[in-house]
Design a protein around this ligand. Sequence first.
Ligand SMILES: Nc1ncnc2c1ncn2[C@@H]1O[C@H](COP(=O)(O)OP(=O)(O)O)[C@@H](O)[C@H]1O
Ligand SMILES: [Mg+2]
Length: 299
Amino acid sequence: MFQIKNIVKHYNRTGKNVKAVDDISFNVHAGEILAFLGLNGAGKTTAIKIIAGLIKADSGGLLTSEDEKVDRNSISALLEGHRNLYSRMTAKENLVYFGVLRGLGLKASKQRAEELLTFFGLDDKANEFAQKLSRGMQQRLAVSVAMMQKPKLLLLDEPTLGVDYDNTQLLVESLQKLKAEGVAILFTTHELAIAERLADRVAIIREGKLVTDKIQPKSLQSEASYEYKLVVERSEKKSIQELASLYSLDVEDNCVPSINQSLLPKVLSAINPINIVSLTKKQPSFEQIFIKHARSTSC
Ligand SMILES: Nc1ncnc2c1ncn2[C@@H]1O[C@H](COP(=O)(O)OP(=O)(O)O)[C@@H](O)[C@H]1O
Ligand SMILES: [Mg+2]
């Protein structure tokens, strides 16, 4: 298991201080795919760069489950817009080159390159120059390069950005196979459908803060995850705010945006005789859950 502990990062730009990452902590387990979601500027890339060791945090960092410092060779990262490829080398040459660069030795690099070309469905492209490959193939090759030294944690920032449907499917399948081999994967995306399909768990970051790391897309369809939105008469604002605080619910003006199914009977019996304007059952769609966490208002 990898532990990300209390990372904080400020940027100073033209005299303005931006807190890009504000005390974020979470874990990623072996064989787990964790999606890291948030609106633009939320702090995802900064957090990934810190975890990858590419920039220094002001404080906090990455530790193993034994609270020890992580061996940098066990982590590999592919950042958005940075293809770790040489365009005038073939697919295989790129893999071998980076393998040797990371200390694998020539023979082992060649062998690992063959394995990865097959794993990522690029066998027939082995001898093509990287620049001749489609963007989607280049992306699959770039992820292969990141896997050369068999990292235990793979960090991918927007891996499907600009990648077409077919290549996205192939990439998703390859990442699922890596997970089955026990690799821990942390990735960011703006494509909610991909996060929902691929992630075991979803973490959401908003204005540098981690608002949740517990969303499990695959269990969203269960009854237990249904939520209700309650709106009362404006004149009842004070009473509903007291009630919300009693049950630790968020309240916005005369609206309680989400009451869990299990809590609803209690809230409704306590609410008597407040005048209700509406009570709406909310589909537990992944998109709504994302919006609820990623933005600051939901009523
Ligand atoms: N190199 C930098 N210098 C100054 N500010 C930065 C730099 N990189 C990111 N930021 C700021 O930090 C915040 C988080 O950015 P980023 O980590 O790129 O978010 P995300 O990847 O979620 O879109 C933003 O306000 C962004 O403008
Ligand atoms: Mg980013």
